[in-house]
Design a protein around this ligand. Structure first.
Ligand code: SF4
Length: 456
């Protein structure tokens, strides 16, 4: 027989425990174990006035931001609504059933002020990284580096051609002027951008992602390949030179802050310039598992540089015709280095050898004699070429996909395909929080395997 509720009886008192209603395998339960904010108040204390009306608890703001970044809630208004309505979010934020959720405008005020001045978000990222290390998730043997474009919060069809045409005021314009000489932004390349966005002039106008040109920043990740834990993150403009500079900054900072010194670095061809390989091999003692950036191969059918054999002992090249190419044939009274402004040395064949050589049409048909430029960092490039023939290198190629997976996760699951904050500081804040969230989710997934990790 079908039952029917005949009497509406509302209880006068309810006993309700948030603790009991958050499932044991909820992602936030697993993450909560690893969020240590015990040092937060001491870190922020110098940035608060000792008198006046008490502020919103900064720990509450950080916990709410972590909820937002862990679950891909990009809008701060929506985040406030979700925390208000969702029991698990309330539990994680220590709000109880009746706690007030702060207004969304509190985030922007606090972020632009105390959080940035105190570099709190980097402190938070490093606290989580220390926990990853304590849990044994960071091997420290092999690192991988890569960068990914993130579209800036700027309309792609509104741009100006010159700095003088930018609006005179605004936080994003002030930040742009402040980083004009910064190697990670304005100082990365002497090539001026085609357009500047009045809304966010530090964002670079670029089409390097293969689609229509957009204004964008780059997030740079340095990861440990054992468990794909992010060991450092850096925001730069969307220019390759800035990304290579960021890789150096991150390697040095990781060593300085955490005493992590990898034996090998995995990267793509963009990191395979002669200067970068030389810095890795000779200045830092790191094996470059990186394809060499080499534009010496010829496509017109004539001999390429690889057809010439270098002899270390005599510091000469031997050509396919068996002749020697030397850096210098004259005895100068004052010895010369022979290094050009491009950091190369030019090795030349003798004109008399080439004039009589039957291979000349396949070697240097339009020149009197063949020249071969050799970078002063060629030793490091040769080492990278030798490593590329090993099995360890083939394994490194597979491990490099881990960093690309993290970027895919960042954009598809955490929904950070487009920034919400403007300026270099906004990009830095967003990338730090997203990397922190990714490391926390990684900790939860590995250390609490029964946790239900939502896909979206
Ligand atoms: S043309 Fe000159 S450099 Fe080229 S193979 Fe002949 S001798 Fe050697």
């Amino acid at each position: 027989m079908m039952g029917e509720r005949t009497v509406m009886q509302e209880e006068l008192f309810y006993g309700f425990s948030l603790e009991r209603h958050v499932p044991g395998n909820h992602l936030l339960r697993a993450i909560d174990r690893f969020v240590d904010l015990s040092d937060l108040r001491r870190h922020l204390a110098p940035y608060y006035s000792p008198i006046g009306r008490p502020s919103i608890d900064p720990e509450l703001l950080i916990r709410m931001l972590l909820v937002g970044y862990c679950f891909g809630i990009r809008s701060e208004r929506r985040l406030c609504e979700e925390v208000h309505l969702n029991l698990a979010y309330r539990w994680f934020c220590r709000l109880g059933l009746d706690g007030d959720v702060p207004d969304h405008s509190t985030f922007s005020k606090t972020r632009h002020g105390r959080f940035r001045e105190s570099d709190l978000l980097r402190e938070l990222f490093e606290t989580v990284l220390r926990r990853c290390m304590a849990e044994g998730l960071v091997g420290g043997e092999g690192f991988a580096v890569d960068a990914s474009l993130i579209v800036a919060d700027a309309h792609r069809q509104r741009g100006v051609a010159r700095t003088e045409d930018l609006p005179q005021a605004g936080r994003a314009v002030e930040e742009y002027l402040a980083v004009l000489d910064d190697a990670a932004f304005g100082g990365a390349t002497p090539v001026p951008p085609k357009y500047l966005s009045p809304a966010d002039p530090a964002a670079r106008w670029t089409a390097s992602w293969g689609g229509p040109a957009v204004y964008a920043y780059c997030t740079n990740y340095l990861i440990d390949v054992e468990h794909a834990v992010i060991v450092d993150v850096e925001a730069t403009t969307a220019v390759r030179q800035a990304e290579v500079g960021a890789a150096r900054t991150m390697i040095d900072r990781t060593q300085e802050r955490f005493d992590l010194w990898p034996e090998r670095l995995i990267g793509d061809t963009g990191y395979g310039s002669a200067e970068m390989l030389n810095w890795l091999v000779h200045a830092r003692g790191i094996e470059p598992h990186i394809p060499v950036f080499d534009k010496s191969r010829r496509t017109d059918g004539t001999f390429s540089r690889e057809d010439f054999t270098y002899d270390h002992d005599s510091d000469t090249y031997r050509c396919p015709g068996g002749r020697r190419l030397q850096n210098s044939r004259r005895a100068f009274t004052e010895p010369r280095s022979g290094v050009t402004k491009d950091d190369t040395r030019i090795y030349r064949a003798s004109k008399s050898d080439c004039d009589t050589c039957p291979l000349k049409p396949s070697c240097c048909p339009k020149e009197p004699a063949r020249k071969i430029p050799r970078s002063i960092h060629e030793g490091a490039r040769d080492m990278a070429r030798d490593i590329a023939k090993t099995e360890a290198y083939a394994a490194s190629r597979r491990q490099r996909k881990k960093v690309e997976m993290l970027f895919a996760h960042l954009k598809r699951i955490l929904k950070l395909g487009r920034l919400r904050l403007r300026g270099p500081c906004g990009a830095r804040d967003e990338f730090l929080l997203a990397a922190t969230a990714q490391n926390l989710r990684k900790l939860a997934k590995i250390c609490s395997p029964q946790t239900l990790v939502p896909a979206t």
